[in-house]
Design a protein around this ligand. Structure first.
Ligand SMILES: [Zn+2]
Ligand SMILES: [Zn+2]
Length: 244
């Protein structure tokens, strides 16, 4: 499968960029993990919206869901114009789907994510794990039929569950919202050093840091994670592609 980072910013997008959004492609299949601010525009550089098969929303903070209702309008127009033949499946964790504001059930089918249940989309298997965050939030594991796997943490504080969930993933995409000097400043997010500690225990094939702060030198995040994890560590960027 191929991962494309659509957006990597926490809170709000940098100019011409996006907050959380990660596209997974496998053959004809296209799945979006989170649909934050700016994602819908940039997503179209990578896949025509009529070909998007499913969207997974890890939690309802705006930097992860802001463009989801606009995506519903896209599905509406694409179905009205005959470009899209089937509704878009949107899976959401932690909120009653009826409260999310989707208006066109014939265009978007909203499903609650149940942590105990895997979701099969073609040959991709999706699994979920509860995080530590201000609102209910889940991490997502995507496993392809060939056994390759990606774990995307979404937003989380340090917890044993994300370590267990990430063990031996080929690629671990971990949030690093803060620098080490900010440790303890805010519950529900990781410092880059904590991300490195999680990776050191989970031993992924490689670590990709994301969900960045809008200040400081991001290379410091990479250095702080690398001081704990001796495997390959990289900073995400909009348009980054990884073959997994
Ligand atoms: Zn976030
Ligand atoms: Zn959040």
């Amino acid at each position: 499968m191929e991962l494309t980072v659509i957006g990597c910013w926490g809170a709000y997008p940098a100019p011409n960029e996006a907050t959380s959004g990660y596209l997974i492609k496998r053959g004809e299949l296209s799945i979006l993990l989170d649909c934050g601010s700016g994602v819908l525009s940039r997503l179209q550089n990578e896949v025509p919206l009529e070909q998007l098969d499913a969207v997974f929303i890890t939690h309802t903070h705006a930097d992860h869901i802001a463009d989801a209702l606009t995506l519903e309008f896209a599905a509406l127009v694409l179905m009205q114009t005959g470009k899209r033949s089937k509704p878009l499946d949107v899976y959401v964790y932690g909120e009653d789907p009826d409260k999310l504001g989707f208006q066109f059930p014939e265009c978007v089918r909203v499903h609650p994510i149940d942590l105990r249940q895997k979701v099969q989309i073609g040959e991709l298997t999706m699994e979920f794990s509860e995080n530590v965050h201000e609102v209910p939030c889940c991490a997502v594991k995507v496993t392809a039929a060939d056994g390759k796997s990606l774990v995307y943490s979404s937003d989380t504080g340090y917890c044993d569950s994300i370590v267990e969930f990430s063990r031996q993933a080929d690629v671990l995409v971990l949030e690093s919202s803060f620098y080490d000097w900010q440790k303890g400043a805010m519950r529900g997010h990781l410092t880059a050093g904590e991300a490195g500690e999680i990776a050191a225990l989970a031993k992924p094939g490689q670590l990709v840091l994301t969900h960045f702060p809008h200040y400081g030198d991001l290379r410091q995040l990479e250095a702080e994670a690398s001081s704990r994890f001796d495997g390959q560590t990289r900073l995400a960027f909009g348009g980054m592609k990884l073959n997994i």
